[in-house]
Design a protein around this ligand. Structure first.
Ligand code: SF4
Length: 279
């Protein structure tokens, strides 16, 4: 059996940086260190951090917090104000690409544009961007959600969305607005990962996408793969692989989201080799 593994599968630059900084912190005194929300969308890594003494909190005002880690997705300006009032030691691991998107959002607002954020309104990165965008902000990841578009509009896109979504929504907006300014803030790592995953999915009988079930970029890879391959499975760990999936399969493709550790991908490869018995 041939197994093709995406070179871009696994931790992206921003996640690797956040993980390195946080695990380094875990080596010292762990008194009152919390991440504000799960550090990354991967339950196995979040559990490992917990074992090392760094837990997750959703409560910004918890009395137990001494050091608060802001994760790769970033937060709104209001959170910075509140954490400063609370006197926390702040460790900000917001990905530099997300910071860039936040700065562009603020610039658009300051220049008087109505900000349109293309993305999932419930995703933490988008929640953070909303805080920089001003009161006229619109959030949409589908044309049907585009409402109340003004004549002067500035567009920003969640770093893990696809170029196709950007194109589709921009085409709709330019039919209504008079002045449109666009910052394409999709990060390179996302673009390359999606491209490579789709290329592999076209060549194989079975595609396995490894990553958190709650990870937006992993779910994007699943959907993309389904466009190119009839058999696609999304799993978090190797234990989920079933023998029957591999019957009559000659070629397997594997890719993973930006928050998938390499060791989980290696486990998946190993399990497939075990089941296929080296055929
Ligand atoms: S996917 Fe891109 S923007 Fe998001 S953390 Fe990774 S490198 Fe940063």
């Amino acid at each position: 059996m041939k197994i093709i593994v995406a070179k871009k599968a696994g931790f992206c630059f921003g996640v690797k940086r956040a993980i390195d900084i946080t695990f380094d912190l875990a080596k010292g005194s762990k008194n009152g260190i919390f991440t504000y929300g799960p550090l990354i969308h991967n339950p196995q890594v979040v559990e490992e951090l917990k074992q090392k003494g760094i837990s997750t909190t959703d409560d910004l005002y918890s009395r137990n917090i001494k050091t608060l880690i802001i994760r790769t997705h970033g937060v709104s300006p209001k959170v910075y104000t509140e954490t400063s009032k609370m006197g926390y030691n702040l460790i900000d691991v917001t990905c530099p690409f997300v910071k860039k998107a936040q700065n562009f959002t603020k610039r658009l607002r300051d220049e008087g544009y109505q900000v349109l954020i293309i993305g999932d309104k419930n995703h933490p990165e988008v929640q953070g961007l909303i805080g920089f965008a001003g009161s006229n902000v619109i959030v949409a990841d589908k044309i049907k959600n585009l409402k109340n578009i003004k004549k002067k509009i500035g567009i920003i896109i969640q770093t893990t969305q696809s170029f196709e979504t950007l194109k589709e929504i921009v085409l709709e907006v330019i039919a209504t607005a008079r002045e449109v300014k666009i910052y394409n803030t999709i990060c390179d790592s996302t673009v390359q990962r999606m491209k490579e995953t789709k290329e592999i999915a076209k060549k194989v009988d079975l595609m396995i996408i490894v990553g958190g079930k709650n990870s937006a970029n992993t779910n994007q890879l699943v959907n993309l793969s389904k466009e190119a391959c009839a058999k696609v499975y999304h799993l978090e760990t190797a234990e989920e692989i079933e023998k029957k999936w591999l019957r009559k399969v000659e070629k397997v493709g594997i890719s993973g989201g930006a928050s998938t550790p390499q060791w989980i991908i290696n486990d998946v490869i190993k399990k497939i080799r075990e089941i296929s018995g080296g055929r």
